[in-house]
Design a protein around this ligand. Structure first.
Ligand code: DC
Length: 226
């Protein structure tokens, strides 16, 4: 089977992973896989059933009743399908962000989702973003990038995104949410967020989008013809 290129972009919430990955995927003609959306879909499903994301027995009991599929529309945008229903827009709330962070700590959830993520990378050239792509999902990825920025910068960017959509959230609330997710995502026992040994770190605190794209293109260009 032909070997495919894979680019792993890991990092904390709000570092700009999806913006960069989407732009680069379009340029390279790769599939962009937002793995956070998969965990969000699990969290949303359990939430609809009234199961707490911390309730490992409840999570274990109901996870088999969930089928998660990733589909792409004509523009290449990723859609999340939960038991046949498109939930792409429903999974983006602050509440589901928090619940996804909690639900993703369970081994049963991570094990269930591992194969589907690897299957996409076997079939296509991919840019995958998440927390454990370079460390666990694709340990042999062609390029590994660890994208980060200070919590304050990430909170400010997230706030502006939310305000543009009409949200009335405050900086303090968004910062608290980001810090809490950082803590949960880096302190869980299984596949915690951390930089892979062979990943290149890019701190985007002082960079604008063009600056980040340029930095990433330089790293990717060393391994993949652009
Ligand atoms: O990237 P995101 O903010 O949409 O991810 C939501 C949550 O899902 C995140 O707080 C932790 C979890 N997640 C994970 O554990 N592993 C991944 N590869 C991606 C996301």
């Amino acid at each position: 089977m032909a070997k495919h290129y894979s680019i792993a972009i890991d990092g904390p919430a709000g570092a700009g992973k999806s913006t960069i990955a989407r732009a680069l995927a379009q340029e390279l003609g790769f599939r962009y896989v937002d793995t956070g959306a998969i965990y969000r879909t699990v969290a949303y499903f359990l939430d609809l059933l009234g199961i707490s994301p911390k309730d490992v027995d409840g999570v274990t009991r109901y996870i088999d009743e969930l089928t998660v599929e990733i589909e792409y529309d004509d523009q290449g945008a990723q859609h999340m399908i939960m038991n046949g229903m498109d939930v792409t827009d429903d999974i983006r709330s602050q509440d589901i962000s928090q619940k996804a962070s909690l639900v993703s700590a369970h081994a049963i959830v991570r094990d269930t989702l591992l194969d589907m993520q690897r299957a996409v990378a076997k079939k296509y050239d991919v840019i995958m973003d998440g927390r454990d792509i370079g460390t666990v999902v694709l340990p042999k990825a062609t390029v590994k990038i660890f994208l980060t920025a200070s919590a304050e910068v990430r909170a400010q960017r997230r706030l502006e995104e939310m305000q543009a959509k009409g949200s009335k959230a405050t900086f303090a609330q968004v910062l608290k949410d980001i810090q809490q997710r950082d803590y949960q995502d880096t302190h869980r026992e299984i596949a915690p967020l951390k930089q892979a040994k062979d990943a290149v770190k890019v701190d985007t605190s002082e960079l604008d989008i063009e600056g980040v794209v340029a930095a990433i293109r330089e790293i990717v260009g060393k391994k993949i013809p652009l």
